[in-house]
Design a protein around this ligand. Sequence first.
Ligand SMILES: Cc1cc2nc3c(=O)[nH]c(=O)nc-3n(C[C@H](O)[C@H](O)[C@H](O)COP(=O)(O)O)c2cc1C
Length: 285
Amino acid sequence: MATEERVKILGVCGSARKASTHWAVNLALETARSYPYVDTEYVCLGDYKLTPCTGCMQCFGWMHPADAQGPYCYEAKDDSGELLTKMMNSDGVILGSPIYTLGLTSLTRILQEKAHMFGPMSFTKFSGRMRNKPLGMITVGGVDTAGQESGGHDMWIWAQGIGMYTSGTWPTIDDPNPLAATLGGFVSTCDGRAIYGKSSLSKEACRTVPPTQGARNERAIRNVGRHVAADAMMLKLGRKAFADGGYDGPTVFPFTRYSVKPKKNSWVQHLIDTGKVEFVDKGKN
Ligand SMILES: Cc1cc2nc3c(=O)[nH]c(=O)nc-3n(C[C@H](O)[C@H](O)[C@H](O)COP(=O)(O)O)c2cc1C
């Protein structure tokens, strides 16, 4: 059955520089676009101002304006709102991060913290907006098994926390074994001729003969693009069929009793005014 539906995949590179992770995320996006129903957008976090979360907890709800047009960080005037809006408007995300000291980069982590806005304990209009969308994961290390897997697990648990599903890199007929990672494209530049170079993940820049590491990298990354694209469409069509079919499902709602005095004109105050939330004074419950 032909469909007019399209999906938008957002590629995010969690590196401050445009080198291997930039290359990898763009290869995944390019492969995603091999399906005619896919549009893509790319962002490199190094091009944005991102300041660390200060733990002000305003995104937990009481400050969130009832008429907010989009998500943003209430404490810092950084670019996280722009990035979160791009995430929210996408049907799937490919997140790539270099591995620094066996973990994700601080840039990647800041975005993840700011995306708390989409989580279940964020009492805002934007909570839940990433639910039932796929995340494709790419972690890039300089050497083999030096943090790619645990970085991938960090991405996975974060994705779960905001209701996303993770797409793996199952081998495909176009890019079969040897790469059959279920979680994501966990790749390394260690066989690159210049391991910190800009295209060291690629088959062409691989110094092993015949090229093996580069081919594995490319296969894993391309399969991330394919699976996220197809999963994004399946989930989008599924969400639409569910809504059109009138099926009932759970209404996600973090608190029905709230004890922090909400700001006037806030989302929580609106919910109190409309009877969905009861305000309970601290100390009286
Ligand atoms: C501060 C720092 C720490 C690093 N730690 C690791 C590490 O623990 N494991 C690893 O495999 N590579 C490590 N690397 C190497 C990078 O993961 C590798 O150069 C990768 O290609 C960087 O991604 P980029 O090219 O997109 O910037 C580290 C690099 C930097 C700058």
